[in-house]
Ligand binder design. Structure first.
Ligand code: NIG
Ligand code: FE
Length: 417
């Protein structure tokens, strides 16, 4: 299939030389091509340029032409942190929080992560696949083209394997590019000790998961009442032996040393970061680890803001992801995450778009194929409705501004008005 998009008001995030990530002041730059065209062939971006230089169409065979007058074309969002395989929902805890309980208090009463663990245990693999496919479809229609999905609602060998097998099935069923993460160290399950559970993660789960090649990454929830910095290092070091790279849930509810642990283990990313301090920022500066903020979870739980401006001003690359999960962010809408980052953290639209494309692609090791409009990259893009410019996306928050989705070079939704 060939697609030509003509008369594009602005083609966003164009790259001639592929960057692995954008850091610090560079995040303010967003290269765009006004009044332009984009050609897609065999699932890849074939060419682009300005309309004034448009070479014309020589071969009409199998060509779909889309007129994008007054519309913008973006590379798909990359969502590098989700827990979108889950069973049931947790709106009761949402109401409990409205009535004054904290996320921690709810967790101590057996709610929180352990509530989802109970619900997942009762669900079949097929049910989990079907509900996750619906969520994948939903985020695809909101502009996401590549996504990471974690386990972590299993917390036993069999249940973690079940989750990871569901994610493997999703990889084959969904047109989206999916990365899988083993998050056995998400919480300690009921009826065992931390020691025994750590032993099971390291000596039972990891070898089996590595053997079945079920995980691209290994993650740990480094937090008071969950896993310490030392335990985080232990799990990530064990994973590294199998060639599985680390990620960390770090500094979300308190300062717990997750950033240091992540940097020490050369983690691909450290995520959340509400309680990041100056020391952490210095550690990150000396590393390749991508700091990732999850504005939806911070906002939904009413946590303090992560120091996003400070991290960018210190020269760091910052990524944005959703954290889509039933407890702390029951939404996978990347557009809304951008609005939150701009309004709450004073990130500029350029910084937020860089964070949700090039940098979040880097947080999944997908820089070569996703995150920008570049020749040879995967043709995962979206066309907006008629909007004046890219700042309109975070500005016009919670509105559906997407008109057309193209994934792997295929038109997913027809133009709708
Ligand atoms: O990223 N912080 C830990 N894990 C998830 C929450 C999961 C849940 O509440 O179910 C998070 O916010
Ligand atoms: Fe998370």
């Amino acid at each position: 299939m060939k697609i030509l998009i003509k008369n594009i008001r602005s083609l966003i995030q164009v790259e001639t030389v592929i960057e692995q990530k954008v850091s610090g002041v560079e995040m303010c730059k967003l290269p765009c091509l006004e009044n332009s065209w984009l050609a897609i062939e065999n699932g890849k971006i074939r060419a682009f340029g300005e309309m004034k230089d448009f070479p014309g169409i020589t071969d009409w065979a199998g060509l779909t032409v889309i007129d994008a007058t007054d519309k913008l074309v973006f590379p798909s969002w990359c969502d590098s942190h989700t827990h979108l395989v889950y069973a049931g929902t947790r709106e009761k805890e949402f109401v409990d929080r409205i009535n004054g309980l904290s996320y921690e208090e709810i967790a101590k009463r057996g709610g929180g992560i352990l509530n989802s663990v109970k619900k997942l245990a009762e669900a079949s693999e097929e049910e989990l696949v079907q509900s996750a496919l619906k969520r994948l479809n939903e985020i695809m229609m909101m502009g996401t083209g590549a996504v990471e999905i974690k386990s972590g609602y299993g917390l036993s060998l069999e249940a973690e394997l079940k989750m990871l097998r569901v994610i493997r099935k999703l990889k084959s069923l969904s047109p989206l590019t999916i990365k899988s993460t083993f998050l056995g160290a998400h919480a300690v399950p009921a009826g065992t000790t931390k020691e025994k559970y750590m032993d099971s993660i390291i000596n039972e789960m990891l070898p089996r998961i590595a053997d079945e090649k079920l995980a691209d990454y290994c993650d740990v929830f480094c937090e008071k009442n969950y896993f310490t910095k030392e335990e985080t290092v232990k799990v990530l070091t064990a994973a590294k032996k199998y060639g599985i790279k680390g990620k960390v849930h770090a500094e979300q509810l308190s300062h717990s040393g997750g950033v240091e642990a992540g940097v020490e283990c050369s983690a691909v990313s450290v995520d959340h970061l509400e309680f990041v301090n100056d020391n952490d920022i210095s550690f990150l500066k000396k590393s390749l680890t991508i700091p990732t903020i999850l504005p939806g979870a911070q906002w939904f739980l009413g946590l303090q803001n992560p120091p996003a401006r400070k991290m960018i001003d210190a020269g760091l690359p910052l990524a944005i992801a959703t954290d889509y999960n039933p407890g702390s962010c029951p939404s996978g809408n990347m557009n809304f995450m951008l609005s939150l980052a701009c309004v709450q953290y004073k990130m500029t639209p350029e910084e937020a778009i860089n964070a949700a494309t090039i940098n979040s692609a880097a947080a999944m090791n997908l820089s070569e194929t996703y995150g920008s409009i570049a020749i040879g990259k995967q043709a995962n893009i979206f066309i907006t409705k008629e909007i004046p410019g890219y700042s309109f996306i975070p500005y016009s928050f919670a509105n559906d501004l997407i008109d057309t989705i193209i994934i792997n070079g295929k038109l997913i939704s027809p133009l709708r008005h």
